[in-house]
Write a new protein. Sequence first.
Length: 167
Amino acid sequence: MILTRMKTTPPILLLAAIAAVAWLLSACTPSTAPGQTPAGTRADYLDSKAEVVVLNFFDMYCPKCQKDAKYVTALHNTVQRQKLGSKIQFYAIGWNNSPLEAEMYRRRYNVTYPVLPDKTRTLSSRFGKFRPPLLIALKKQGGQWTEFYRTRSVGNKSAEILRQINP
């Protein structure tokens, strides 16, 4: 029986590797507060000057949200094409998603409007208990944003939704 000597990694190399991984993780995961984009810029629908604010609640790991993403993007693009962008403003809110997950969603689904992580569900909790996907439209009444439209899925209903939310 031949015994082979196991080679061990010197502890200093293990510590260096752990430090490198920790540094990479911190560099790749920006810390953001609710109301900030993954890039760290402030974007809060409460400050919007638009007549209507559309909130697209998603979860990066939700298959229905992933399927719905292209329809919400198409709805947003229609609003832009019809020159309604100053009247209707969109925000995507990553329900239970970190800044990194929100950024992954933005890139994967070519979202051109603000995408806000909501890991602690601080933003989401303003609208009661729900699970995404959820699209909510708000309008200002008496200085307060008031919900006037809600749907669980956009699907092929873009034209109908636009009629409902157009100011």
